[in-house]
Design a protein around this ligand. Structure first.
Ligand code: DAH
Length: 339
């Protein structure tokens, strides 16, 4: 029996040493130490021994069992830590790898410039109003002193939707809607999209943006117009920018002006952007025509006003040195990411 015990123990030790994982080691434990295990079975043979042999053999079996138990426990720990090391090695994080880029949205350059303009006019006491993009002939032309047969209609190639319905060609329509709903003193700006059937090129787009302005009160003169627009130009382009008022014509203002500022690209020397003139035209303006005031029920003998229309797209392309207006409308992220 003694030899039998050592043989079993030897065999079990070899198997423990060879085992590769926790499952295998557990199977070995059951095989030798379990209820029906080989060492347990030996204990059951004890009855066939002489009574004085029994304690000796019992001690031998128990010794073998506890030796094997220790070995199994050690092997289990060993396997467990090997597994843990393997897992750690597999899950190593390489902190030198470049991080995933987070795509963050931001304001379109047109909106950045518009926000600046709104700030400037709000600081001078103007309200911001909105107007519809689909307009009637009445608001877009008639009330602005441009009757159906007026040659000035040719200045703006219009997208007509129906006989009397069109895509507004100018934000000036908002002047009429404002004067119909508000009483003087009036000080508003109306930013928005406008539409014209122009030939598309680097400086022309069928959709572009204007900011309309309107001031109506008692005693408003051309000096007020000059003061407000000069202040605006200095805030947007810098205080050393020169501002020039040129006589012009719009059916809804009398007198009318166009306003130029020194070219921000060349500082007035003349370059490609200003086509050699040193000046860039940024807006049209004038004293509101008495016919326009009258069409909105405001007495031109009592009130006067000035109005202006600023091109937002030109302001944006010159500020950011964008060479082609079409880039503003393509919404190519590679372009927009630069601002
Ligand atoms: N509506 C004009 C245009 O689209 C711009 C303009 C000129 C607006 C003079 C005005 C103004 O309010 O007074 O060309």
């Amino acid at each position: 029996m003694k030899e039998q015990i050592s043989a079993i123990l030897l065999e079990a030790k070899e198997q423990v040493a060879d085992s590769q994982n926790e499952g295998e080691i557990e199977a070995i434990r059951v095989k030798y130490l379990g209820k029906k295990g080989e060492l347990t079975a030996i204990l059951k043979q004890m009855g066939s021994l002489a009574p004085d042999e029994r304690p000796k053999m019992g001690a031998l079996v128990n010794e073998a069992k506890s030796e094997l138990e220790c070995l199994i426990a050690d092997k289990k720990t060993e396997l467990k830590s090997a597994e843990q090391l393997k897992k750690l090695a597999e899950e190593t994080i390489d902190i030198t790898m470049p991080a995933k880029e987070l795509k963050v949205g931001k304001l379109h350059p047109l909106n950045t410039v518009l926000d600046d303009m709104i700030d400037i006019f709000q600081s001078m006491g103007f309200d911001v109003v909105d107007g519809p993009e689909v307009e009637t002939d009445h608001y877009n032309f008639e009330c602005l002193n441009v009757p159906a047969d007026h040659p000035a209609r040719d200045m703006q190639d219009t997208f007509y939707l129906a006989d009397n319905l069109l895509l507004r060609t100018q934000t000036s329509a908002a002047q009429i809607r404002t004067m119909e709903t508000r009483k003087p003193p009036i000080r508003v700006i109306c930013p928005g999209r406008v539409f014209r059937a122009d030939e598309v090129d680097a400086t022309h787009s069928p959709v572009f943006h204007q900011i309309e302005g309107l001031v109506v009160d008692k005693g408003i003169t051309m000096c007020d117009l000059k003061g407000v627009l000069e202040q605006f130009a200095h805030e947007i382009y810098g205080s050393d920018t020169k501002v020039k008022f040129r006589p012009s014509f719009f059916p809804f203002t009398e007198p009318s002006v166009e306003v130029d500022v020194t070219c921000s690209e060349c500082g007035g020397k003349g370059c490609r952007v200003c086509k050699g003139s040193g000046w860039i035209e940024i807006l049209g303006a004038g004293m509101v025509h008495p016919n326009v005031l009258r069409s909105c029920g405001i007495d031109p003998e009592e009130y006067s006003g000035f109005a202006f229309g600023i091109g937002l797209d030109r302001l944006t392309t010159t500020r950011y040195k964008i060479s082609d207006i079409r880039l503003l409308f393509e919404n190519d992220k590679r372009f927009l990411d630069q601002f």
